[in-house]
Design a binder for this molecule. Sequence first.
Ligand SMILES: [Zn+2]
Length: 313
Amino acid sequence: MEFEAFENLYQHICQNHVERLYDLYNSEINTYNTKSNSKKIIIKFDPREINNASACSDASDIIIIYKGLLKNLHKATQLFIEREYQLLTDDEKATISFFVFSISTHFIICHEFAHLYCGHCDLLNKINNKNVCLRLDFDSDIGITPLDHQALEMNADAVAACRTTDYVLFEPYHHRSIIESIHNKNMAVDLLLKAMNITFFVLRSFMPPISDIYFETRSHHPALLRQIMNNQTLIKYLQTEYGKSISEKNIDEHFASDEKTLCELFYVPLNAEHYKNNLSQVILEHEQKLRTHWNSLYNKLAPFSRSELPPIF
Ligand SMILES: [Zn+2]
């Protein structure tokens, strides 16, 4: 089915994610509510065909999702589920597609939400004495280094990976049909991993690849490294919060298999494994640099954060 047939439903899903996160982080009884925040939050749907999302904090908090990103996620999800679950009925495939799309958009929205609630936007606004939008291109005038920016992205990813796991596994959030066809069949964690792989496959089309020799000057660390680090977050968070063991080998197999399917569907060369094997030293060194850098950035960020700054696993 064409994207346009789903557009209203998708916007509704995104709106619900924002409201759920807002309630979670502002509720008096929850541990994330460390500072009161009365700012209104707005989600805007930009009609441009841009594969991106952004966050800025002004009189209100604003999250912007571009149509291009929703459209690309829709296409990748539909094709992927159609290929992977050929034996299921159309109704079952539709339920799974809906759930996977919902997980992907939750991750993206929560990543933007973390830019707001972990104080990233407020820190930059303070440094610049104006409202700065956190976006794709690195802007050298915003008073922080690319490494600072990448560490903020790493922080936003870590928050998003944890909250998205909560979203997927907390059954009361979901409709009965999702519980019956997904949770009761123990498919939830599997679909969480698939949704993350689809999301980063889509995101990778506008982010510098790991082979980009200038990756240290970009606003985001390479998407493949983000994916690897997010997988580590998922392994640790699933274990500590939910007692669910998933090995690194298992998560790597998921990644390799989903990547192969997506590359075939979109006629792109299968290169993720190649980069992972051949440039792992470059990746590992940069990962270490980011983790070390996070420790110094943490203290700068803490006064602006409206919630607990979570550990970077
Ligand atoms: Zn970001």
